[in-house]
Design a protein around this ligand. Sequence first.
Ligand SMILES: [Zn+2]
Length: 449
Amino acid sequence: MVMDWQIYVRVTKVHGLRRYSNARGSGFIFKVNLMDNSGEIVLMGFDEVAQQFASIFLEDACYKISDCRINIQRCGLYTAIDHKHELVLEFFTQISPIAAFQPKFTPRLTLIKEIPNLSNDILFINTIGIISDAEDPFIYSAKSGRQTLRRNIKLVDRSGYPVWLAVYGNQASEISDAVLNEQVILIKDVKIVRFGENKFNLHMWFQTSIMLIEPSGKKAEDLRVWWKAERNNERQRLMIGHDSIDPETHQTNSTPATLVTESFVQVEERISSCIAKGSKGEEYFNLIAVATIIKRENVIYAGCPVLLCRKKVTEITQPTSSGNQPRLGYFCRNCNETYNHFKYGFAVKLFLKDYSGGRWVTIFNDAAEEFLGQSPDELIKLREDLSGFDFEHVMNKNLFKRYVFRLKSYVSNFFEDHRIEYNVISLTKPEPRSISYGLIKEILTLEST
Ligand SMILES: [Zn+2]
C-alpha cells in the first residue's frame, strides 16, 4: 500500500545492513528506528533496496521521508517500539535530509519491578536505571562459537529493584570503570532473558539494543535525585543500625545489629594509649577468633550460690576433738556471707587467635557453658568417667571454630609491670551480614574523617 504522505523524523538507531537466510532463500535486510513528536516506528528495507538505502541513514540525523509501503508490524517481537505498523522501503521512496530537531516524544520506560508481571511474549523493553554494581569483564563464548567481551552490570531503578544487565563487545569496553561511577543509563530495546520463576536478567541484543549513558531528561534527573537520597538513607541506616524496608515485600526488614570488630593488636594499641592517660584499661570490644588451646586444669571452681555474684567461695571448717573436720559453710568474700552450700562455676582458660595474634583469655560461667555445651555439674560427671573420652570430646569440640567473642580487658599490675588481661563476656556464631555492616560502618567513618 502506497499513500501520499510524508514524515519528518529523527533516526534513533541504525541497525546496519545484515545478510539473512531462511527457508525461502537469502538476502539483505536493513532496519532503522525513527522518531517524531508523536512516537516511534521501524523502517525496514530488503535486498537491493536495502543495499541502495543502507548508507543514507545516519544515527541522530533527521530526514523527510515519503512514499514507503506501510505494513502491519511484524518485527514487534524484536523491539519495544510500540506501533501497529512498520514502514518498508521501496525503490521510489523519497528521502531527504532536513535540519536536525529533537522530537518531544518519550518512549515508555518499564520499571524493573514490572518486568515479572509482563506477558512472556514481550521480549524487549526500554528501561532506565542507575549502575549500582558491576562484575569484571570477561570473554564470553556464544553458542555460535563466536567469542566476545562481556560485562555484567547491576542496575537499580526507582522501584528499588535490581537487575543484572549483560553488555557485550564494544559496549562492554565502553562501560569502563569511570562509567561505573553510579551513572544513569537508559536502554532501549533491551532483551529480557527469563529463567525460572520470576527470575530474569537483561541482555543488550546484538545490533538492536541502544544504550545511552548519562542521558538528559526528567526521568534521568529524577533517578539521580532518588539515588542520592537513597544513598544518604543507607548511610544513616548503617551509621545507626536502623531497620530497612524490603523492596520486594515492603515489609520492615530487621537488619542484624551492626557488629564492629577489632583485632588484639588494634585493641592493645587503644588500651595502651588509655593507660598512658591514666585509665584502668577497661575496654569492651568484639573479636572474630578461634580458640586453639583449652586448659584442662582448674576449669571448675566452687562458687557463691548467689546468681549475681558467683565469686569463688572458701570452705570454712573447724577441727573437733574427734579429728573430723565438720564443715561450717562456704564463705564468699564478695558478699561477706557464709552459705551452707555452693554452686559450681566455670573459669576456663582459652588461647584465642585472630589474624593479628593470640592471647590467653578467661571464659566464665554462662559464656563457658555456651562454648562447651555443658553445665559444670555435667562436666564433672564426664570427668569422673575413667575412659575420659566424653570429657575430651566436650573440651575439644569447639576448638578451631570461628566465633565472635565479646571481650572485656583489664590491667593487672605485677610489681612495676602491668599486663593486659581479657575476660570473655559472651560469644556468638559469626553472622556475615552484621560483620559486613560493621565493616561498611567503619569505611563510612573513615570516609567522613
Ligand atoms: Zn557471693
